[in-house]
Design a protein around this ligand. Structure first.
Ligand code: MSP
Length: 627
């Protein structure tokens, strides 16, 4: 048994949690549950970040003292995590005494390292980010590149951390640990930040009063980001040097979205280097969850109505959709129509119907789970596939490919459906074939038990429901074939994913999603077309690729992110004519390496005798979806 420590970011309490926070937390939950299933000793942290000017302001706006405001907000997060079946071991609050004392101990150690000095600071400050925006990121309009809001000019006396001193050691660490930051796009982003040079950072604020005082100069409050990062250690009892701290630190994986990797993969490790403490093993970032291609935003009213979807489809369908539909490192657009499609196809049809069908046949033909005695065609293939599914699942989870991990399990689900079909098990009730029928049904039930174990980290309620229906009194979490006892009285086969009321659905779904599928060749179902994520983007730069006359390497801006794409347009466009052009791209195409160059998406073009880039009649905001 090995220790496994996984964390989510601690979320700011100046707003209520939304589907974006839910996504990160569900991902971390799935990972924590998966490691528990493997028998690891897991510690799973989530929590809230309660200090700083933004929280102070939100409290003032609410007419509350900051602590009262935090005491009101923290339970809203706790309540949501309960509703989403999150299995955290600690809900961290940065206003807790344990955190305050731990943070003071860490700050003292940081000060003692000699890498903290006093200086003055002036610059363009973004309040929502709580950071000075570096010159390099400044535009002429002086707006925050993340929040798109005007920056304030701020002058302060601050304490600084000598981040610049750790540049080389960080680079070395990145090179020696290629998986330290995952996925590669984020790693490369940070490597280029490192290449362009790190500046020292201010770690205190004298203009802020809601926070923790620096132990070496109580006039100053520690910068909320510096304080927040320490929570990952203070939560374990760093302050008292507890056993728990020694068991779980360093963290195995810090999970987050791509917005905050710099803090986690550059500043946090440098702070740990300065204090001679071990670094987290991995910093892993997923993409943005968007709505109609746009970033979620309270002020702009762009939100995902997860409550309605959970109410309609159930929590597990929501969890399944998030984990199965989105490719982990990339942005993903939340679409209720896709959740509906996944519910019907994967959950109700593939899995739910299989369980029902098998239970129905057992109930009709046997008193209880029959003994497998007559082995035949396909049996060995099924048992072998069960084991390879376990191995493949492990591989995918270790690379955070939750979508392929679930697809792997569903390949097995569909194989069992085929097994039932191929063996025509319902025709074997005659005396001479009944024992064969019993064996096939036993195998199918054991496969369902096996499947329930494998899906339990992702959709735990469903896993339990399946085992209950099979007749197991207690959840059997072991993925070894043949553990299903003979003689259990199975359930009557209540549908685990009942049909969703169509009338209710019609009001909610776009008309297209309830249309029958086109069967003719060459026609694509609307649901399949919808899988394509076509977006408006702008080419930022274009370069030839050595040894590939037809190809250009493009840097493309999708509004929410920049991507590299390879396009076969070199014979028709000169690279220098391309920068600034709007194009249409397939944003969710599987990444590929073309002539040694990574391509994350595809630029669309009319291609016949000549090749002409596809564009819209007039320009539209970057990231706009094409439908
Ligand atoms: N308090 C800091 C984190 C400190 S960690 C030591 C913070 N808080 S936050 O409330 O802004 O949360 C940011 C995180 O919320 C993202 O990194 C991500 O995990 C999650 N998300 C917020 N919006 C999201 C989406 N739209 N999509 C995906 N994740 C989202 O930063």
């Amino acid at each position: 048994m090995s220790a496994f420590y996984v964390t989510t970011p601690i979320y700011y309490v100046n707003g209520e949690p939304h589907a974006g926070h839910a996504y990160t937390t569900i991902v971390a939950d799935a990972l924590a549950r998966y490691h528990r299933l493997k028998g690891n000793d897991v510690f799973f942290l989530t929590g809230v970040d309660e200090h700083g000017a933004n929280i102070h302001k939100a409290a003032e706006d609410a007419g509350l003292a900051p602590q009262d405001y935090c005491d009101k907000m923290a339970p809203i997060f706790i309540e949501l995590w309960k509703r989403l079946n999150i299995s955290h071991d600690i809900f961290m609050r940065t206003t807790s005494d344990m955190h305050k004392r731990g943070a003071e101990k860490f700050l003292t150690a940081l000060y003692d390292s000699g890498d903290v000095y006093k200086g003055s600071y002036e610059g363009h400050y973004c309040r929502p980010c709580e950071r000075f925006v570096p010159e390099k990121e400044l535009t002429d309009e002086k707006i925050c590149p993340i929040h798109k809001l005007p920056l304030e000019w701020l002058e302060e006396e601050n304490y600084f951390f000598r981040l610049s001193k750790y540049q080389d050691r960080l680079l070395e660490h990145f090179h020696e640990n290629p998986d330290f930051v995952y996925p590669a796009a984020r790693r490369n982003e940070l490597l280029s930040v490192l290449d362009s040079g790190l500046e020292d950072i201010s770690i205190s604020r004298s203009s802020v009063s809601w926070g923790i005082s620096l132990p070496f100069d109580p006039e100053h409050i520690v910068y909320v980001w510096i304080e927040a990062l320490m929570n990952y250690m203070t939560a374990l009892g760093y302050e008292i040097d507890s056993d728990q701290y020694h068991t779980f630190w360093p963290a195995d994986v810090h999970i987050m979205a791509k917005d905050i990797t710099r803090f986690h993969a550059l500043i946090w490790p440098a702070m740990l280097m300065a204090t001679h403490l071990p670094l987290p093993k991995q910093v892993v970032a997923h993409g943005w969850l968007t709505k109609d291609g746009e970033a979620l935003s309270k002020t702009r009213g762009i939100a995902i109505d997860m409550d309605t979807d959970i109410e309609t489809y159930g929590l597990d369908a929501f969890r399944y959709y998030l984990l199965r539909e989105f490719s982990f490192g990339n942005d993903g657009d939340y679409r209720p129509a896709r959740l509906h499609a996944r519910y019907n196809a994967d959950l109700a049809n593939d899995l739910g119907n299989l369980l029902n069908r098998v239970l129905g046949l057992v109930n009709k033909n046997f008193e209880s789970i029959p003994e497998p005695t007559t082995f035949g065609e396909f049996d060995d293939e099924i048992t072998a596939m069960a084991q390879t599914t376990v191995a493949k699942l492990d591989e995918h989870i270790n690379s955070f490919a939750f979508d392929t991990a679930l697809e792997t399990v569903w390949e097995f689900v569909r194989r069992i459906n085929r097994y039932v079909q191929q063996t025509q098990v319902w025709t074997l009730a005659k005396l001479e074939t009944k024992s064969r029928m019993g064996t096939i049904l036993y195998n199918s039930l054991e496969a369902l038990r096996f499947i329930s174990v494998l899906i339990s980290p992702f959709i735990p309620d469903t896993a339990e429901k399946i085992q209950k229906q099979i007749g197991l009194a207690e959840f059997d979490a072991v993925a070894e074939w043949g553990r299903l006892p003979v003689g259990l009285a199975v359930g009557r086969g209540e549908p685990i994913f009942p049909r969703i009321d169509i009338k209710k659905q019609k009001q909610k779904q776009p008309k297209e999603s309830t249309q029958p599928k086109q069967k003719e060749a060459n026609l694509v179902a609307f649901a399949d077309f919808q899988k394509l994520d076509l977006r408006v983007a702008r080419i930022l730069s274009a370069k030839p690729i050595e040894g590939a006359d037809r190809l250009l390497k493009l840097e493309v801006d999708l509004g929410t992110e920049k991507r590299q794409m390879v396009a076969g347009i070199a014979e028709h466009y000169k690279p220098e004519t391309l920068a600034g052009r709007q194009v249409i791209v397939v944003a969710n195409l599987e990444p590929a390496t073309i002539r040694g160059v990574e391509s994350h998406g595809m630029v669309l073009a009319g291609s016949g005798d000549s090749v002409v880039l596809a564009t819209l009649e007039t320009e539209m905001p970057l990231g706009t979806q094409i439908r």
